[in-house]
Design a protein around this ligand. Structure first.
Ligand SMILES: [Fe+2]
Ligand SMILES: [Fe+2]
Length: 162
């Protein structure tokens, strides 16, 4: 594997673990607000991000590459309200999409077809993630200002399993 592609994939392992850390931080924020459904939804998302990191980690090792496990950045979760938290998640997912595209660009440039196939999964996944985060913003905007509606939305979000 081309060094640039390997380095970008390696950096993405860290970014996916950071995503998990960010979602865990958002989950903690909602736990503190007594919105346990939101908290549970974001905790499930944090677990999914760890799976993303491990997918790339495993792929690199299978390709006989090394993986450096560098430190994960601290997370700021001092949100004013649910909408601000939902917007932070959405902004982060757009950033992650850009990063995945950069790796794809490098793999295309290097004619690394195996990595391109591997990354297709992530390209699709990012579409789902962006849809989810946009939907969350829309729901919070629609229902978040009314305590009773927020309670109902919290209940709905708590049913997410995976
Ligand atoms: Fe991810
Ligand atoms: Fe997802």
């Amino acid at each position: 594997m081309n060094k640039k592609v390997a380095d970008l994939l390696n950096a993405q392992v860290n970014k996916e673990f950071y995503s998990a850390y960010l979602y865990l931080g958002i989950s903690k924020y909602f736990t503190k607000q007594d919105l346990n459904g939101f908290a549970s939804w974001y905790k499930v998302q944090a677990e999914e991000e760890q799976e993303h990191a491990m997918k790339i980690y495993t792929y690199l090792l299978e390709q006989d590459q090394d993986v450096t496990l560098s430190s994960i950045a601290a997370v700021e979760v001092d949100f004013k309200n649910a909408l601000e938290a939902a917007k932070a998640a959405d902004k982060h997912e757009h950033y992650i999409t850009d990063e995945i595209v950069k790796i794809m660009d490098a793999a295309v440039k290097d004619k690394d077809y195996r990595t391109q196939l591997f990354l297709n999964w992530f390209i699709n996944e990012q579409e789902e993630e962006e849809n989810n985060s946009a939907e969350m913003i829309a729901k919070v905007q629609m229902l978040g200002n009314d305590k009773k509606n927020l309670y109902l939305l919290d209940k709905e979000l708590g049913s997410r399993k995976g």
